[in-house]
Design a binder for this molecule. Structure first.
Ligand SMILES: [Zn+2]
Length: 404
């Protein structure tokens, strides 16, 4: 099995997978106040830019203490509580999401750069501003006075369409790979298999998401096998959602070549025989996992355990329906709607997670569409539109929950 770092460095495109955000983070931030300027180094040891709290305390009206799992921060009289190593903080009773959390290293508390540069200026609009180009956080008045805290966005309706407010990271999982070819693809040309189509769509989806300002992590960027149980692990703290790409196929039976279309699954107990069939087909890949027994009991245990703990069921269902709304509309094989089943690949993602069956390789129209560059691009574009629709409604929901 291949290691995480090895996979992340395998980017075959022009851009290494995770570089955009890393390059965007400054090496340091200048804090400019009426008392002078100081330079605060930016740490990226947790994967997300963060600032050492003691430096901030010296330059700004900030005090901080760590109590068990929490960092209790007061900034200009306002209380902020950070659950350590979780990508959220509380401002009073308001829960605000972050790309990455506060953490303690070498007895020093680090606070997310995003909190200081995005959130603080939105709350203390007349007190502070951040100039991202210059990497300068400026105090506009000596003592900021606020009468009541302001939410991230004053009204969700003010969000311009097509623009995402926060940075987002999406994990794109091209199903199968390496010695696991996926389904053979009755109507795929030559030696093309499901794993090749999945990878083709995944790479185009990466480009489409990047064009929309979204960061992408790929579970694989070449023809290699990643264990099912490891794929979701790419989606943890700094990941907004997980999307796995597959191609459906039907066993030979009367009329099987007539079935076509795209459908999106989220993780929940299967309700129909067809949902169960698709889950069984995709979970088959477990037998390629060297360190896992191949028994289906094992897979079932895995899924049941996860269903008890998966707090993202509802969000996953919303994500599935928005993706299907966009993808179903443009697919020549038709819109098969949202389904649910127990997919091992979706169990380890600690975020909303869906699996898209992009069409049927056993249908001539779908098969040709999926194998063609134009078809793969159409699918990638519609999946990206669905992802943006989901992230936008998520941002609006956070903004409206933040309404006073
Ligand atoms: Zn598959």
């Amino acid at each position: 099995m291949i290691g995480l770092l090895a996979v992340l460095s395998l980017g075959t495109g022009m851009h290494p997978v995770r570089e955009p955000a890393r390059m965007a983070a400054p090496a340091s931030v200048v804090i400019a106040t009426s008392r002078g300027e100081s330079v605060v180094p930016v740490s990226e040891e947790s994967g997300v830019p963060a600032l050492p709290a003691p430096y901030l305390s010296r330059a700004l009206p900030l005090s901080a203490e760590v109590k068990s799992d929490w960092a209790l921060v007061t900034f200009a009289g306002q209380p902020f509580r950070f659950l350590l190593e979780a990508p959220v903080f509380l401002h009073g009773n308001r829960l605000v999401p972050l790309a990455g959390g506060a953490f303690v290293a070498r007895d020093t508390l680090f606070l997310p750069l995003q909190w200081l540069t995005d959130y603080v200026p939105s709350v203390f609009a007349e007190g502070y501003r951040y100039d991202a180009l210059a990497g300068r956080f400026e105090e506009l008045r000596i003592t900021p006075v606020i009468t009541r805290p302001r939410p991230v966005a004053r009204s969700p309706r003010l969000l311009p369409s097509g623009v995402l407010r926060f940075p987002h990271t999406v994990v794109v999982d091209a199903g199968h790979g390496g010695e696991d070819p996926g389904n053979p693809g009755l109507y795929f040309p030559g030696f093309m298999r499901e794993k090749d189509v999945n990878l083709g769509i995944a790479k185009l989806l990466r480009i489409e998401l990047q064009k929309r300002g979204i960061e992408v992590v790929m579970t694989r960027t070449r023809d290699t096998l990643i264990a099912l149980g490891d794929r979701g692990r790419y989606c943890r703290a700094d990941c907004d959602l997980f999307l796995s790409i597959h191609v459906n196929s039907l066993p030979r039976r009367s009329g099987y070549q007539n079935v076509s279309g795209i459908e999106t699954y989220f993780l929940a107990a299967a309700r129909t025989a067809d949902e169960q069939r698709v889950a069984n087909m995709e979970n088959e890949a477990l037998r390629y996992d060297a360190d896992r027994g191949s028994g289906s009991d094992d897979a079932l245990q895995f899924i049941l355990k996860d269903l008890q703990t998966n707090e993202y069921l509802r969000e996953s269902a919303v994500l599935a329906s928005l993706i299907q709304d966009h993808a179903g509309r443009r697919h020549p094989g038709g819109d098969r709607g949202v389904s649910q089943a127990g997919f091992v690949v979706l169990t380890t993602a600690r975020r909303p997670a869906v699996l898209v069956e992009t069409g049927f390789s056993t249908n001539p129209t779908d098969g040709r569409y999926l194998a063609s560059p134009a078809g793969q691009l159409h699918i990638a574009q519609s999946l990206a539109d669905g992802v943006v629709a989901y992230l936008r409604q998520y941002e609006n929901k956070v903004a409206s929950e933040a309404e006073p």
